[in-house]
Design a protein around this ligand. Structure first.
Ligand SMILES: [Zn+2]
Length: 500
């Protein structure tokens, strides 16, 4: 496979001026040539850095974040829009409402000692200053605290229960039914517990997660008074997806490439996901709004990813069935400059990965493209934790590259890629230190180049993915056949979406 696009204009121009008669259906198709430079070669580190500095400054000017539903997000998206408009892209802003939530307090004290807790998303709030009540430790079992009978009478008490078997929402509801005034759920594996109740309607009592490391201290305090202060701001807000597409290329075989541009409320979101957003921006700017391509390219900067993939999910569901079939593939870019970078693409093995038909070809294309830039990618099973999830659920082939979040780099990976073994790929993931200093600029640049190579390649032909050659009439029924061949087994889950 070739990744070349640089001289497309001249290739087509030469064919036309020489009066060459091309045969068959390829007559009007732009064709790739072999001596050209790659689109990724035009992606410059200094340009990426410039955009990234802009994103940091936007966060600095808006309370330290770029969260959806805030001016920080809007300013970020409009920074992108302005530059694309100047290049002649067709821009749309797709608005949608979502349940905004932001933690205002998450504090627990036992016998005068503070124990760290993490408020569950969509939890009920305590009064300001919290509530004080005796701690009731619920005995662990196969299904700890999933049923009201597990609690006994905990009227007016704070229930402490182990994670496992059923949703957090179910545990706090059972605790509430047993009379508890708050629920603490401790992790059943090492690390803090950052969970969600799914939605505000499920919330009954103030609920927070506790790290496994801190659980014993609480178990030992059974019966003692504890003070829990858990408060969240929850309200409906509006936000939008920014969508920009080329004016050229066929619109029944569209290559969609997306990145979420919103950050969490807790930080500026520079690696997550200003990196993917500005990599995509620079790719679009270098491609141009009306390049000589066969397939239209539609770039998307999603909103509200951090609230559970809301923007991308809204987008896919806003399309008609035919419009969904007109999307050849979805390419996702979420975190491409992690400070302790790994180099990953999705494992698209068909059918074992549970991902749509055609995904394996995209995996191969990214692997080859990054190999061409001196990077050996690893494939990983998808987690459902980013914006490809809803596309895959409709059978649309997916792909992308990413550099890792809260996973830990192995010895073997450190040997291959550099960086530190035994440390997470992004130690500042979803925290205030995800700032300009939290980026490996080599990783960022090479991933930006690789994504440009692949997007440009698919703008020319998606034949390896869906069998559709440039200018060949599209048989929607055949594509529908491909997409219904197997049920995607991917379970969608947002970045914060630990529900159990
Ligand atoms: Zn992200």
């Amino acid at each position: 496979m070739s990744f070349r696009i640089g001289k497309l204009r001249s290739a087509v121009a030469i064919a036309a001026s020489a009066g060459l008669v091309l045969t068959g259906s390829a007559t009007a198709a732009a064709t790739t040539t072999t001596q050209d430079e790659l689109l990724g070669d035009s992606i410059e580190r200094s340009q990426l850095q410039r955009h990234l500095i802009a994103m940091q400054r936007i966060a600095d000017a808006h309370g330290g974040n770029r969260v959806s539903g805030s001016l920080g997000h809007e300013t970020s998206a409009e920074y992108v829009a302005q530059r694309l408009e100047a290049e002649g892209f067709e821009i749309t802003r797709q608005e949608f409402p979502f349940d905004y939530n932001e933690t205002l307090a998450e504090e627990l004290s036992v016998g005068g000692q503070d124990v760290p807790i993490t408020a569950m998303s969509f939890t009920k709030s305590t009064e300001e200053g919290g509530l004080t009540a005796p701690l009731a430790v619920v005995e662990s079992s196969d299904a700890p605290g999933c049923d009201v009978s597990d609690y006994g009478d905990v009227t007016g008490q704070v229930a402490l229960v182990e994670r496992g078997e059923c949703d957090f929402a179910q545990k706090q509801a059972a605790a509430a039914d047993a009379g508890a005034v708050a629920a603490l759920i401790y992790n059943n594996e090492p690390g803090p517990l950052n969970g969600t109740l799914g939605d505000a309607d499920a919330a009954r009592i103030p609920t927070a997660g506790v790290a496994q490391e801190d659980a014993q201290q609480l178990i030992d305090a059974d019966g003692q008074d504890v003070t829990v202060d858990v408060r969240q701001l929850i309200e409906e807000r509006n936000t939008y997806n920014l969508i920009a597409e080329t004016t050229t290329g066929r619109d029944d075989n569209v290559v969609v490439a997306g990145a979420h541009i919103d950050s969490v409320a807790d930080g500026p979101g520079i690696n997550d996901n200003a990196t993917g957003s500005v990599g995509l921006l620079e790719t679009a700017l270098q491609l141009g709004g009306s390049p000589d391509i066969n397939n239209k390219v539609r770039f998307a900067w999603w909103g509200a990813e951090e609230f559970g993939l809301i923007g991308s999910t809204h987008y896919v569901n806003s399309l008609s069935a035919d419009e969904q079939l007109d999307i050849a593939m979805y390419l996702n870019f979420d975190m491409i400059g992690s400070p302790n970078a790994g180099y990953f693409t999705y494992d698209g093995t068909y059918p074992d990965s549970g991902l749509p038909y055609g995904t394996q070809a995209i995996t191969d294309t990214f692997t080859e493209a990054m190999d061409g830039r001196g990077i050996e990618l690893e494939t990983e099973p998808v987690s459902g934790r980013s914006d490809y999830a809803e596309f895959a659920a409709y059978g649309i082939p997916i792909g992308g590259v990413y550099t890792g979040a809260d996973g830990v780099k192995t010895e073997e990976q450190a040997e291959k890629w550099g960086g530190e073994a035994g440390v997470t790929f992004d130690p500042c993931y979803h925290t205030p230190c995800d700032n300009l200093g939290n980026v490996d600029y080599d990783a960022f640049t090479v991933n930006g180049q690789g994504m440009a190579d692949v997007i440009a390649d698919y703008a020319m032909s998606t034949e390896d993915v869906n069998g559709i050659a440039p200018q060949e009439a599209k048989d929607r029924a055949a594509v529908a056949e491909q997409r219904s061949a197997q049920q995607t087994t991917l379970a969608a889950a947002g970045a914060h979406e630990n529900t159990r």
